[in-house]
Design a protein around this ligand. Structure first.
Ligand SMILES: C[S@@+](CC[C@H](N)C(=O)[O-])C[C@H]1O[C@@H](n2cnc3c(N)ncnc32)[C@H](O)[C@@H]1O
Length: 205
């Protein structure tokens, strides 16, 4: 089972979201890619953080692509249902639980995320090592705790794919232990010293 939980790495996620907020607000169609999403806590955390910052109307412009190789063949079903064990939601601030979850009426030990969140997140089974992006023009790619399983060469190829998938003002977020390979310095520029948030460099910059 892939290890993940709601609100994991909240601080860097918030920094990436806040950095992009002016660009998100001025866009009518925003694509976000949670690459290696496991069973959904990461893409739903991104959805909650964005919904907290955007009104209902603006939030409807957000489409979060949750992808995973999903060897369990179960992640998609969990994400579509948006149903999680209530004990797995302990890290959520209580007010966020109140706003975004209801106990499952048929099994109170489970909770279901709101239909507004479910409408924003869609799951696709996808292997990053095909080096084929799920979309282009992506505003934010979050890929945390995935690349550490790949070889140096695979990592460079996946990051190069992310570069091509990002919009010109797009941003990539890693986990804090993941460094950008030196050969990709011409493609990405770190935005914050305390978070692995990288903006896409323009050609010739
Ligand atoms: C430790 S989980 C990380 C989940 C989430 N990103 C987080 O940080 O909480 C790693 C995920 O990467 C996925 N993964 C591993 N290899 C992959 C590949 N080649 N393509 C897509 N996903 C992959 C695994 O299936 C697993 O769900």
């Amino acid at each position: 089972m892939a290890f993940t939980y709601f609100f994991r790495d909240r601080q860097p996620l918030e920094r990436a979201v806040d950095y992009l907020l002016p660009s998100i607000i001025s866009s009518s169609h925003v694509q976000i890619w949670s690459a290696g999403s496991a069973m959904g806590p990461e893409p739903y955390t991104i959805a909650i953080l964005l919904r907290e910052r955007l009104g209902h109307h603006q939030f409807r412009n957000i489409r979060i692509l949750a992808t995973d190789i999903d060897i369990s063949n179960n992640f998609g079903k969990t994400i579509v249902a948006g149903r999680y064990s209530t004990s797995d939601l302990q890290r959520l601030p209580p007010d966020m639980y109140e706003r975004y979850f209801i106990p499952d009426p048929d099994a109170p030990e489970y909770s279901i995320i709101s239909s507004e969140m479910r409408a924003a997140v869609e799951f696709h089974r996808h292997d990053l090592l095909t080096y084929d992006p799920i979309a282009t023009g992506v505003k934010l790619i979050v890929c945390k705790n995935v690349l550490l399983h790949f070889t140096d060469e695979e990592r460079v190829r996946v990051l190069t794919m992310f570069y091509h998938a990002l919009s010109d003002d797009g941003v990539l977020l890693h986990e804090h232990t993941q460094k950008m390979p030196p050969e990709l310095e011409g493609m990405f520029e770190q935005v914050f010293t305390d978070a692995q948030v990288f903006k896409k460099k323009k050609v010739g910059q």
